[in-house]
Write a protein that binds this ligand. Structure first.
Ligand code: HEM
Length: 180
């Protein structure tokens, strides 16, 4: 997982809670990297899982909710750093329909070692966009937060539902987005 994801996470924790909580999380997790992330470095994604679980233990929010919260914040910083992926889209469906074939393709060019999920996209009717998420990292909740924030960015008015694609977490999740 790219270091920028970690630095964004720790910055969000610092802004939402405190610098002291950042230190506490890093110390309690016994991270192989020592918690010293650079945005261009690459780290084991399990360090993010440890940090999320540690924040969950301190805030009382389930890990899934923490990851979803982080996804919403991460969207803001990704959109700020890469406005070209947001600008020019009329609505959230237009942007999200290109997540696999456009956005993450460009991300792969910028960061050849990025660990990206796979999204299968379909548009069953004009009101509905379906995103099937699969990733060995099982960050469905992160995707959920990113999708929620993308919808909000374009003014809301879309209902987002997440259901598992199979019996295990590794099977992924289906996001069904319906225009309200
Ligand atoms: C401005 C637009 C976006 C940019 C620049 C971007 C870029 C990135 C980058 C750099 C990573 C980290 C790769 C790594 O850790 O090695 C990533 C991961 C990820 N992205 Fe995007 N992304 C964007 C929008 C989105 C949106 C809208 C979604 C949801 C539909 C999404 C879903 C994910 C997920 C879930 C991951 C975590 C990796 C995994 O699940 O395996 N991204 N993205």
């Amino acid at each position: 997982m790219k270091g920028m994801v970690f630095t964004e996470f720790l910055e969000l924790v610092e802004r939402t809670w405190s610098p002291a909580l950042v230190d506490e999380l890093v110390e309690s997790c016994d991270l192989p990297s020592g918690g010293a992330y650079t945005s261009v470095g690459t780290y084991d994604h399990r360090e993010m899982v440890s940090l999320v679980v540690a924040l969950s233990a301190r805030t009382g929010q389930p890990p899934d909710d923490v990851l979803q919260w982080f996804g919403r914040g991460l969207f803001g910083s990704l959109a700020g750093s890469y406005p070209r992926f947001v600008d020019g889209h009329a609505d959230a469906f237009s942007m999200l329909a290109g997540i696999e074939a456009v956005i993450h393709v460009e991300v792969r060019k910028l960061y050849p070692d990025a660990e990206l999920p796979v999204f299968k996209i379909s548009r069953p009717d004009a009101q509905t966009l379906v995103l099937d998420y699969r990733s060995p990292r099982c960050l469905d909740a992160l995707a959920h937060g990113l999708i929620d924030a993308c919808v909000e960015r374009f003014g809301g008015g879309v209902h987002v539902q997440r259901v598992p694609l199979g019996p295990t977490h590794a099977d992924g999740s289906r996001f069904t987005l319906v225009l309200q």
